[in-house]
Design a protein around this ligand. Structure first.
Ligand SMILES: NC(=O)c1ccc[n+]([C@@H]2O[C@H](COP(=O)([O-])OP(=O)(O)OC[C@H]3O[C@@H](n4cnc5c(N)ncnc54)[C@H](OP(=O)(O)O)[C@@H]3O)[C@@H](O)[C@H]2O)c1
Length: 327
């Protein structure tokens, strides 16, 4: 019967979250009952979607919800054995017991690092893939802008667009991330929105306008992109991170939707689940061939989770923000 530490939300933040909004709590976890497994989490995924849930959706004084990858350490469940790897959405905790419907068996490719299943070959990669190809209806050779291009979703979306022969502009908030996007990911132009006004910089970087804007930011980035959209352009709306802590710039160029006939469509990966097998085959091949590159920012130990979330919202991550709990 292991002791397990977990992260609780103890206070709803006003604006950016602070460490005092969270607590590290120790619990004893029972052995697996009949029909259950006991799982030791190895990796916790730190995602922007956790922030809106701090306002509503995430109960106080309970383990923070979120995605994790773990190893079965006890099994009384047919079909899962000790040592099997599973993903779950049961969140920020070291151990948990669960029935079959709360865990999904992962069969990782032995040639790839396990952690890629937390990003490029996991939820964020699938979000980029389907958001761009299905929701954004990307065509080869188009003009593309991706915001938060240095992050988990954005870095994959931008590289998929490059693989499709598109001209790709990315925006990010640091020189280090901008350099990686230019030199490693091969983007055609990169804007550091913290040192350049996004509107002017995007106009200069998109002489042929935009066919697709993959929006992770909303606010000023969406406003700037709306002025650059070509006829029948598409804006798959993936996230509005500029507003998650409150505030966020207003969007005033909406009339451009009319004149350019732009389609703006929000989505989650539930909108294109049938694409999952094709995504897994494509992404596995791209990763093995080195055609898709990725970065990880890894914090160690369950106690690091609140700081990882706070840091990710402030742009401290290059690529995917992860918390590593065990090998
Ligand atoms: N629709 C879906 O199903 C779905 C699924 C996953 C994620 N998402 C959304 O996709 C977006 C990216 O998620 P992710 O997991 O890949 O996170 P991420 O990009 O890896 O990390 C978040 C990044 O957002 C940037 N950021 C923070 N505040 C900003 C602001 N005010 N303006 C511009 N950029 C800001 C920071 O990078 P900089 O250094 O560049 O500022 C930060 O590193 C989020 O909006 C998220 O909600 C949606």
């Amino acid at each position: 019967m292991p002791l397990s530490r977990e992260i609780h939300l103890v206070r709803r933040p006003n604006g950016a979250p602070t460490p005092a909004d969270f607590a590290l709590v120790e619990r004893s976890v029972g052995d697996a009952a009949d029909g259950e497994v006991l799982v030791e989490n190895l990796w916790i995924s730190v995602d922007p979607a956790m922030r809106p849930r701090l306002n509503a959706g995430q109960p106080l004084d309970e383990a923070m919800m979120g995605m994790a990858l773990g190893r079965v350490v006890q099994s009384k469940l047919a079909g899962l054995s000790v040592g099997d790897l599973v993903t779950s959405r049961l969140g920020c905790r070291e151990y948990f017991t669960a029935k079959a419907d709360a865990v999904t068996r992962l069969r990782p490719d032995p040639e790839l690092p396990l952690s890629v299943y937390m990003h490029a070959l996991g939820m964020t990669g699938f979000t980029a893939y389907g958001g761009l190809l299905e929701i954004g209806q990307l065509k080869d050779g188009e003009q593309v802008f991706v915001s938060t291009a240095g992050g988990a979703v954005g870095s994959i979306a931008a590289q998929i667009a490059r693989l499709k022969g598109c001209r790709v502009v990315g925006s990010t908030g640091s020189e280090a991330k901008a350099a990686w996007l230019r030199d490693v990911a091969g983007l055609d132009a990169v804007i550091n929105y913290k040192t350049q006004p996004i509107g002017e910089a995007l106009t200069a970087a998109t002489p042929q306008g935009l066919d697709v804007y993959f929006d992770n930011v909303g606010g000023d980035h969406l406003d700037a992109a709306l002025t650059r959209m070509n006829r029948l352009g598409r804006i798959p709306v993936c996230g509005f991170i500029s507003g998650y802590n409150g505030g966020g710039a207003p969007v005033s160029n909406l009339f451009n939707i009319i004149y350019a006939g732009v389609t703006i469509r929000g989505f989650t990966s539930l909108d294109y689940l049938p694409l999952r097998p094709k995504f897994e085959a494509d992404m596995t091949a791209w990763l093995k061939a080195g055609q898709i590159k990725y970065q990880e920012t890894v914090r160690e130990g369950i106690a690091a989770t609140p700081g990882a979330l706070i840091g990710m919202l402030a742009g401290e991550n290059s690529g995917k923000m992860l918390v590593k709990l065990a090998d």
